[in-house]
Design a protein around this ligand. Structure first.
Ligand code: NAP
Ligand code: 3JM
Length: 349
């Protein structure tokens, strides 16, 4: 039997909400690892983690941490990636970066394997993993784009707090408990930790994810707009987004309105495309109240689609509801899937 080569893999941000899911996904996929280096800030350095029966000690991430690393998975925030991903590349590693640091850089492929795996061939050491909300939307839209072309997208998101990190999940739990027990609490993290004001998330909906850009949209909304055009290679595509945070722990939902280029396609045509699409599970049977919901998608790698309807006014317009685990397909699974593609394409030395 052919011996599978093992790689020296580093996970940067290994103690975080995404990093923990990366470790879980690497295990579940039995990714070929010969050595695992786990990195965080000085705060968690020294913590012991069990991986496949062996104890791994978390170390503080530094440029030298990447000596001998083949593949580095980054999810420790944009400033860490900006500083350390080039250091890792200098030392011969290939980096899959989960932050927004390099996504719109023209020398950096922005990849969702179901959509544009071939873009990996043009990498220069760093590959960007798109924003969670972008990923699940383009997975659901790509089969439709391939068949009918895409003209316009208008999306509203219903995003889970785990997209804002482990501390935001804790904030949702603590606030919920405090409200139920009639106790006082002080919001400290959401919508954006470094912003001046913080709002209650428990029993609420906050129409702000990331900071505001001066055009009235937020950075999260602009990520969805710009990343979608780049991944699909459709610079002229019309895209608008409204991103909203909900008191859901994990699982982002999206109401997606889209217009195709060709008139005359039916809901049944769209359903048939999604039924056989890679990475998509169609859950669409309104008569039996079947549609995707975040609590049922947690822990699964797929993108779930339902509520597909034809627009009542526009013959080429459709509506659909798209749900996925934001920490898996939105982050950890898409990154590990990129790493698997890199290995498959012979791009890891
Ligand atoms: P989190 O739960 O807050 O975890 C942050 C992680 O980064 C922790 O492991 C933390 O280590 C580490 N870290 C913080 N500062 C560091 C530093 N200076 N040097 C090295 N490590 C440092 O956040 P998360 O939800 O896992 O998200 C992490 C990042 O992933 C985000 O900032 C974002 O850029 C990206 N992300 C991307 C998506 C996506 O849509 N693709 C989704 C979510 C997050 P300590 O334990 O030492 O603090
Ligand atoms: C999701 O501190 C940071 O730079 C991270 C902010 C962040 C991002 C980002 O911009 O990288 C938090 C949560 C994302 C993302 O995926 O875009």
């Amino acid at each position: 039997m052919e011996q599978v080569k093992g790689f020296h893999v580093a996970v940067v941000g290994a103690t975080g909400a995404v990093g923990q899911q990366m470790l879980d996904t690497l295990k579940k996929r039995q990714f070929p690892i010969s050595k695992l280096t786990l990195l965080s800030s000085a705060r968690s350095a020294g913590t012991k983690v069990e991986f496949n029966g062996e104890e791994v000690i978390i170390q503080e991430a530094k440029p030298e941490s990447f000596e001998g690393v083949d593949i580095a998975l980054f999810s420790a925030g944009g400033s860490v990636s900006k500083e350390l991903a080039p250091e890792a590349v200098k030392r011969g590693a290939i980096c899959v970066d989960n932050t927004s640091a390099f996504r719109m850089d023209e020398n950096v492929p922005l990849v969702v394997p179901e959509v544009n795996e071939a873009d990996l061939m043009n990498h220069h050491g760093i590959i960007a993993n798109p924003n969670c909300s972008t990923i699940q939307m383009v997975v659901a839209l790509e089969p439709i784009r391939q068949q009918y072309g895409l003209e316009k997208i208008i999306v509203s998101t219903y995003q889970a707090v785990s997209g804002s990190g482990a501390a935001a999940v804790e904030e949702l739990y603590e606030q919920t408990k405090a409200i139920i027990n009639n106790e006082e609490f002080e919001p400290k993290i959401l919508p954006v930790k470094s912003d001046e004001k913080h709002y209650q998330i428990a029993f609420n909906a906050i129409p702000q994810i990331d900071k505001f850009v001066d055009n009235g949209f937020t950075y999260e909304e602009m990520k969805m707009i710009n990343e979608t055009k780049k991944i699909m290679h459709l610079p002229e595509l019309k895209v608008a987004a409204t991103c909203v945070r909900l008191p859901v722990a994990t699982g982002h939902s999206e109401s997606v309105y889209f217009e195709v280029n060709e008139n005359g396609s039916s809901v049944e045509d769209v359903k048939a495309l999604l039924e056989k699409a890679k990475g998509v599970v169609l859950q669409d049977d309104p008569g039996n109240q079947v549609y995707p919901m975040p609590n049922e998608c947690v822990g699964k790698n797929d993108v779930f689609v339902g509520r597909i309807r034809k627009d009542l006014d526009s013959d080429n317009g459709f509506h659909m509801w798209v749900v996925s685990d934001n920490l898996l397909k939105g982050a950890a699974w898409n990154s590990v899937q990129i790493a698997e593609s890199l290995v498959k394409l012979g791009l890891v030395k």
